[in-house]
Design a protein around this ligand. Structure first.
Ligand SMILES: [Mn+2]
Length: 333
């Protein structure tokens, strides 16, 4: 029986390596509402475990994103994902910050502790029996790239592409503030091992649907510039015409906030029934958009926050723009 530990060491890696060697049937869990990093981790680790002769179950409680890159990856692993595991000897959680995000199996089997947790979130309490948590890593795929060779697992070209896709999504193409020289060295290792950086960058980072262009067209056309603030609205009647399948802003917010002179950007999205408004906020350093979101019952980070407000579009714009102006005035003093 292994005790709980948060201390990363060679000893911990030795224990993780031994647990994996001794297991036959391994269940890997990815987090609810899966993103590219948890899925890249799931598939990258599964590929190596299968190559090592293990029987592997790939688990995700929620459906995979429809237009995710993996559906065109050429690997059969994405089609093997199941919502619940069968009997297993060893469980591994990847990119999961808390047991609540591990999905239905751990809700239905309260009291079952995952055997191994590999993660990069600061807030991870170490909810597994063995916890390899490296909050300096810019993605969980970065951690796996580093430790898999140390625990006797080989990364083949298929695995290299999955891991590189996760690094790219979590770092938004190596552009987030937590990207380190180590991130780049490990990504370079994956390119050496067969990762196709050009193709992944195109398919994972740059690609978007034609329908998303329609959302951008609306967002840019409706933009109101009042520097350092910019905001826009996406009305339900406009959204419907685009046939855009998701309910988000197709990331037009990042286009707005990266416009020269802008410090704070806001996107207002009308709900289908017109009774609610979803608000998305971005701020440059020094501007706390989380405080604005929180004053309307939302939340988030200093630089990126949101709220779902029970008011019609025009009222919401008036109230939130006023709050944002007050926050900007406070920040500029
Ligand atoms: Mn991640």
């Amino acid at each position: 029986m292994v005790g709980v530990t948060n201390v990363n060491s060679r000893d911990l890696l030795t224990q993780i390596g031994a647990e994996i060697r001794n297991a036959r049937e391994i269940a890997i869990f990815s987090h609810i509402r899966p993103d590219g990093d948890t899925l890249g981790s799931l598939f990258g680790l599964a590929q190596a475990l299968i190559n090592a002769g293990k029987s592997v179950q790939l688990i995700c409680s929620d459906p995979l994103p429809k237009d995710g890159w993996f559906s065109n990856s050429g690997s059969d692993l994405p089609a093997r994902v199941r919502t619940a595991p069968e009997r297993f000897d060893l469980s591994i959680c990847v990119d999961i910050s808390s047991i609540e995000r591990a999905g239905n199996y751990f809700i239905e089997n309260a009291g079952v502790t995952p055997d191994i947790v590999i993660d990069h979130h600061y807030s991870n309490p170490g909810f597994g029996k063995l916890n390899y948590i490296d909050a300096e890593a810019a993605s969980n795929c970065e951690i796996l790239t580093e430790i898999m060779p140390l625990i006797g697992l080989t990364i083949d070209p298929v695995g290299a592409n999955f891991l590189l896709s996760g690094i790219l999504t979590d770092t938004q193409g190596f552009s987030t503030s937590n990207v380190s020289a180590k991130t780049l060295r490990l990504a370079a290792d994956l390119v050496d091992l067969g990762g196709g950086l050009y193709r992944l960058f195109s398919d994972v980072i740059k690609a978007h649907s034609l329908e998303a262009n329609g959302i951008w067209e609306i967002g840019l056309r409706n933009a109101v510039v009042d520097l350092p603030l910019i905001w826009t609205v996406i009305r339900q009647s406009e959204r419907e015409k685009t046939k855009y399948a998701d309910s988000d802003d197709a990331n037009v917010i990042n286009r707005l906030v990266s416009s020269n002179g802008v410090k704070v950007a806001i996107v207002f999205m009308e709900s289908a029934d017109g009774k609610r408004t979803k608000v998305s906020l971005r701020g440059k350093p020094g501007y706390n958009v989380a405080a604005v979101a929180e004053s309307f019952g939302g939340g988030g980070h200093l630089a990126a926050a949101g709220a779902d407000i029970g008011m019609a579009l025009n009222e919401t714009v008036e109230a939130v723009v006023a709050a944002a102006r007050a926050m900007i005035a406070e920040a500029s003093r």
